[in-house]
Design a protein around this ligand. Structure first.
Ligand SMILES: Cc1ncc(CN)c(N)n1
Length: 231
């Protein structure tokens, strides 16, 4: 990181710059502020974690669709590795946190979806079903990059006995940061092979930015849904 913006590749820098207002609404949301200073009500956090489990299940399905839509073995490998990391690593945080509250994994898997969860996950899946690999990957990217950036920002807020220490350490941790770097590499590769080295000059650029921006807005909406339970 040269500034406080992490280096997740060229596309991340361009896309983030192309939707600064929506990006700030995402990474500086009140939910994130509550996570940072520990003031987020536990009820809101658990409500969010249950919905986020459901979100990650569909999100992993969308990455699996990436394996189907990939156009090279390298793209396939990177998508398959992300599915593995989501199902076998990130979800453990949700399973363990919710188990401590008496919520078992089958209850998580069968949890009733909030409208914001449906809107975001189905938007991402539809991007892949309706479009090509690039459409899919641009709808998937803000999820990784945003949590990576939030994790890096929040690690400086930790104090002894911080209630959300585990969550912050997962997203600031090396494993998750590596996922963000790999996703950044995948997005850069996907763009370079399909639209060339000067993507902003491509007639496709505006539509590509639109996908990234829409997913970013749906991320902010997802935090807002989380906050509802704490009110
Ligand atoms: C809604 C959402 N967006 C992103 C992440 C990080 N994978 C997440 N767990 N949940």
């Amino acid at each position: 990181m040269t500034s406080d913006i992490p280096d997740y590749g060229k596309t991340f820098a361009l896309m983030r710059e192309g939707c600064v207002e929506q990006w700030q609404a995402y990474i500086q949301h009140d939910f994130v502020k509550g996570l940072a200073d520990g003031s987020l009500p536990e009820e809101a956090f658990i409500h969010y974690m249950v919905q986020d489990y459901v979100y990650l299940i569909h999100y992993a399905r969308a990455w699996a669709l990436g394996v189907v839509k990939a156009e090279s073995s390298e793209e396939m490998r990177l998508c398959a590795a992300t599915v593995d990391s989501l199902i076998n690593q990130e979800l453990s945080l949700h399973v363990e946190t919710c188990a401590a509250q008496g919520i078992d994994e089958s209850s998580l898997f069968n949890a009733k979806e909030e409208l914001e969860t449906i809107a975001y996950t189905r938007y991402v899946l539809d991007s892949g079903l309706q479009g090509d690999f690039l459409d899919l990957i641009l709808a998937l990217a803000p999820c990784a990059f945003g949590y990576g950036e939030v994790g890096m920002r929040l690690k400086g807020s930790l104090y002894d006995g911080h209630p959300y220490e585990k969550w912050i350490k997962i997203y600031a941790g090396e494993e998750f940061q590596n996922v963000c770097v790999e996703v950044g590499r995948l997005v850069d590769l996907a763009i370079a092979t399909r639209v060339g080295d000067n993507p902003t000059a491509s007639p496709r650029w505006n539509k590509m930015q639109e996908r990234f921006t829409k997913a970013t807005e749906l991320e902010a909406n997802f935090w807002t849904m989380g906050l509802r339970a704490g009110k």
